[in-house]
Design a protein around this ligand. Structure first.
Ligand code: ZN
Length: 247
């Protein structure tokens, strides 16, 4: 394992082409905003990939070289091929890290890895979001205070149809009164998964310094410790076995 972490930021890249409000906030695309913040870290090598590229920008050789995959999707979850979703799942089980952002909660890759509905309540209105750091000693919250606020965000509310997280990192409160498990981790096979809620496309959330720090912390936390190919071999004995009983 090299010291440089190879990161692929995957973006659906559809809202930016349809909605001038989104493209004014993210002129190069949301994936490029997320990636450019990560590129400031000297220990990361960052590429991007988008839905409309061949293999959604995730051919075998790219996934082979990816230590941590960051995923943002919303409009077109169903256009992600089952084959690519299955391949991403397999890579996570082998050890690749996965960071799922915002509406990626309904992506094929996240639902496959969680095995649950991943449903939630939502509202696009005038809520403020306050994210409480409930794991102040966790590497993902390094440099983050007790809480931080995003002045405008979409509301996501409980119940969130996820399996009980291995670790709960953030809990969000919204102006309308709802709360939400907005940062959570799971181990899946040999890979680490982090879900992080903020990031609705019509707000400048990925320009926020706390959000950028948390995504960077999460990438470092999720880097693989091993990459172990799945196999189920017939195994020879380590010691001589007694003879089979005569029939
Ligand atoms: Zn949204």
């Amino acid at each position: 394992m090299t010291s440089t972490i190879s990161v692929t930021v995957w973006g659906e890249f559809r809202h930016e082409k349809k909605n001038p409000k989104v493209s004014s906030i993210y002129p190069e695309g949301m994936h490029e905003a997320i990636a450019s913040a990560l590129r400031r870290a000297p220990d990361l090598a960052v590429r991007t990939a988008t839905l409309d590229e061949p293999d959604h920008g995730l051919p075998t050789d790219v996934l082979e070289r990816t230590d941590v995959l960051v995923w943002w999707g919303h409009l077109a979850h169903q256009e992600v091929s089952d084959a690519v979703a299955a391949e991403v799942q397999r890579r996570v089980l082998e050890g690749m890290g996965l960071i799922v952002l915002h509406s990626g909660h309904y992506s094929k890759v996240f639902k496959r890895l969680m095995g649950t509905t991943c449903s939630l309540k939502w509202r696009e209105a005038t809520d403020k979001e306050r994210l409480w750091n409930v794991a102040p000693s966790h590497p993902i919250t390094e440099g983050v205070g007790d809480y931080f606020e995003l002045p405008q965000e979409e509301m996501y509310g409980e119940p969130f149809g996820i399996p009980t997280p291995d670790e709960l990192i953030f809990i969000s409160w919204f102006t309308g009164g709802e709360v939400f498990r907005s940062g959570a981790t799971w181990q899946r096979g040999h890979g680490r998964v982090f879900y992080f809620r903020p990031g609705h496309e019509t707000y400048p959330t990925y320009h926020d310094a706390n959000v950028q720090r948390i995504v960077l912390n999460a990438v470092r936390w999720a880097r693989p410790t091993v990459r172990i190919k799945d196999s189920a071999p017939c195994s020879p004995p380590l010691e001589p076995l007694p003879p089979a009983p005569s029939s």
